[in-house]
Design a protein around this ligand. Structure first.
Ligand SMILES: NC(=O)c1ccc[n+]([C@@H]2O[C@H](COP(=O)([O-])OP(=O)(O)OC[C@H]3O[C@@H](n4cnc5c(N)ncnc54)[C@H](OP(=O)(O)O)[C@@H]3O)[C@@H](O)[C@H]2O)c1
Length: 336
C-alpha cells in the first residue's frame, strides 16, 4: 500500500492518505522512496502560496520533485535499471503538474522516468538527496544557462562571483566553479568563512557589511556572476559590478530595478533536467556527471537534520524551513 502526503486544497495543511501503489509505464520505474530533502521551494509552495515554479491548481496535489530510494518495479522498455538498484531521481511533478499524484516525491512509492534517475553506488540515500536538487540548480545556472565549461579546464586566472554561498545552492556553485578551474570570490556570513575557504573560495566577503560591493569591485572583474540567495540586494549588487553591461544568474526573480544593459538570468534551474529542450544536458547530468559526483564523493554536501515521523513530519519540518529555523537541509524517510 502506498502512503501519500497530499495538500487537499489551497492553503490547507498536509494530509497523509493511503492509496494503491502506482504502475510504472513505458520508460518508467517505480521507486520505493527512502529519502526526501525539504527544499525552500517546497516550503514556500506549501505555506507561502508560492506558485512561481509551477501551478498547484490541481488539488489534491503532491509536492516534491526529488528523492532517493530503491527500484521496486521496472516498466516496459527500461533496460538500464533492475529491481533493487539504489537510485536518486527527480520528476516532472512541477513542470507537468497533472503528473504530481504519481510523481510528486512526498509519497512512499514514486513513478520516475528512467531518463531522470541515476544509480548512486555506495552513497547513502541522504547524501544523494542532499546533492541532487541544489547541485542541479547550481550547475544548470552556471553551465547550462551562463555557459560555464564542465570540470577539467585548466586553472584559470578568470574570476567567478557567487553571492550567498552559505546555502546548499551557493556552496555547490562554489565547488562546481572551482572544479572547472576558476578563481572564486564569494559572499557569505562571517561564521562560514573557514568552510568557504575549504570549499575553494579565494576571497570571502561578508554580505552584511556596509562596504560589500566596494570590496567585491576591488576583487573583480568577474567572468560569471551568480546570486544563490536571489534577494533584491544581491541582484542590485551584481548588476552594479557590471558597469559596461552583461548578465548574472539569480535563483529568484522578483520586481527588481536593474540597469537596461544588465540581463538577469532567472530560470527554474532545479527543473532543468525535466525540460525536453535540455535533453542533451539531462543525459550528461544523469548518465555522467551526477553518478561521478556521487560515486567519487566529489561534493562536500551541506549539513542536515533527519527528523523522525515519516510523511507525518513534513508539515512541521516545512514550517521550520519556511521560518528559517534550520541550517542545512531537513531529511525525512517516507517509509517510516
Ligand atoms: N530558481 C531555482 O531553480 C531555484 C532552485 C533551488 C533553490 N532556489 C531558491 O534559492 C534559494 C536558496 O536555496 P538553498 O536550497 O540554497 O537554501 P538553503 O540551503 O536553505 O540556504 C539558506 C542559506 O543561504 C544564506 N542566505 C540567506 N539569505 C541570504 C541573503 N540575503 N544573502 C546571502 N546569503 C543568504 C544563509 O546562510 P548564512 O546565514 O550562512 O549566510 C542561509 O542559511 C531559495 O530561495 C530557493 O527557493 C531556486
Amino acid at each position: 500500500m502506498n502512503r501519500i502526503a497530499i495538500i487537499p486544497g489551497a492553503g490547507k495543511a498536509l494530509e497523509i492518505v493511503s492509496a494503491e501503489v502506482h504502475h510504472p509505464g513505458l520508460g518508467e520505474i517505480l521507486v520505493k522512496n527512502e529519502a526526501i530533502a525539504i527544499q525552500p521551494l517546497d516550503a514556500k509552495m506549501l505555506l507561502g502560496g508560492y506558485s512561481g515554479a509551477g501551478s498547484l491548481g490541481n488539488y489534491p496535489t503532491v509536492l516534491g520533485t526529488s528523492g532517493a530510494g530503491t527500484v521496486a518495479v521496472v516498466g516496459e522498455g527500461v533496460s538500464e535499471f533492475t529491481v533493487g538498484d539504489r537510485v536518486v531521481f527527480d520528476t516532472r511533478a512541477l513542470v507537468k503538474p497533472e503528473t504530481n499524484d504519481r510523481e510528486g516525491t512526498w509519497q512512499r512509492f514514486v513513478v520516475v522516468s528512467s531518463k531522470t534517475a541515476a544509480k548512486i553506488g555506495n552513497a547513502s540515500f541522504e547524501q544523494a538527496v542532499l546533492v541532487n536538487f541544489p547541485l542541479q540548480t547550481a550547475v544548470a545556472a552556471l553551465h547550462l544557462y551562463l555557459g560555464m565549461e564542465t570540470p577539467g579546464k585548466e586553472q584559470s586566472e578568470e574570476k567567478v562571483l557567487i553571492w550567498g554561498a552559505g546555502g546548499a545552492v551557493g556552496s555547490y556553485a562554489v565547488q562546481y566553479a572551482k572544479s572547472v578551474g576558476y578563481t572564486l570570490t564569494v559572499t557569505a556570513s562571517v561564521r562560514d568563512s573557514a568552510r568557504q575557504a575549504r570549499l575553494g573560495a579565494s576571497a570571502v566577503v561578508d554580505y552584511k557589511a556596509a562596504d560589500t560591493v566596494e570590496k567585491l569591485r576591488k576583487l573583480g572583474p568577474y567572468k560569471y556572476l551568480f546570486t544563490a540567495s536571489g534577494d533584491p540586494t544581491s541582484q542590485q549588487a551584481l548588476a552594479s559590478l557590471l558597469p559596461d553591461g552583461g548578465r548574472f544568474a539569480s535563483v529568484l526573480g522578483g520586481d527588481v530595478e536593474l540597469p537596461s544593459n544588465v540581463e538577469r538570468v532567472y530560470k527554474p534551474f532545479s527543473q532543468a533536467a525535466q525540460l525536453d529542450e535540455n535533453h542533451e544536458w539531462r543525459d550528461w547530468w544523469y548518465k555522467d556527471y551526477l553518478p561521478e559526483v556521487l560515486h567519487k564523493n566529489l561534493i562536500d554536501s551541506v549539513s542536515y537534520t533527519k527528523v523522525t515521523g515519516g510523511l507525518g513530519a513534513l508539515q512541521q519540518a516545512s514550517t521550520d524551513v519556511f521560518e528559517g529555523k534550520v541550517r542545512g537541509k531537513v531529511i525525512v524517510n517516507p517509509q517510516e
